[in-house]
Design a protein around this ligand. Structure first.
Ligand code: ZN
Length: 130
């Protein structure tokens, strides 16, 4: 039974950098996780959580994130970004009566957006930045 180690932030980001220097595009979060774990592997085996990896990838500035979504058809108020947990900004429009109406939400950190019909992230594509 192999023992797995949890890499620290620096190890993950450095491994990510090496992965993205050989790949232009990684087409899913699971593939990126496997590639990063493989990159870290040496004397020891490593495990990195997919959500943690996504957050570190966003913070690293090394990748552009393409978010694939499906529309849930449900309308609801949203506070936090489902992709990176940042606070979402409301996208508003002026009404003819001088008030405002919420059209949807936007995340300034990772680029996720949704209309009032909630867009549920289903897949992430990571591409090399620059
Ligand atoms: Zn976000």
């Amino acid at each position: 039974m192999p023992r797995y180690h949890i890499p620290d932030e620096k190890q993950v980001v450095e491994a990510l950098q090496r992965v993205m220097s050989t790949k232009r595009e990684v087409h899913s979060q699971r593939s990126l996780k496997r590639l990063v774990e493989k990159e870290l592997e040496g004397e020891m085996l490593y495990k990195v959580g997919e959500v943690r990896l996504r957050h570190l990838a966003i913070d690293s500035g090394l990748v552009n994130l393409q978010i694939h979504v499906r529309e849930s058809g449900k309308t609801r108020t949203m506070i936090r970004c489902p992709v990176c947990t940042s606070r979402l900004k409301r996208v508003r429009n002026m009404t003819v009566y001088g008030g405002t109406v919420t059209l949807g939400y936007h995340c300034g950190r990772c680029g996720y957006w949704t209309g009032l019909k909630h867009r549920v992230p289903t897949r992430y594509v990571f591409t090399r930045r620059g």
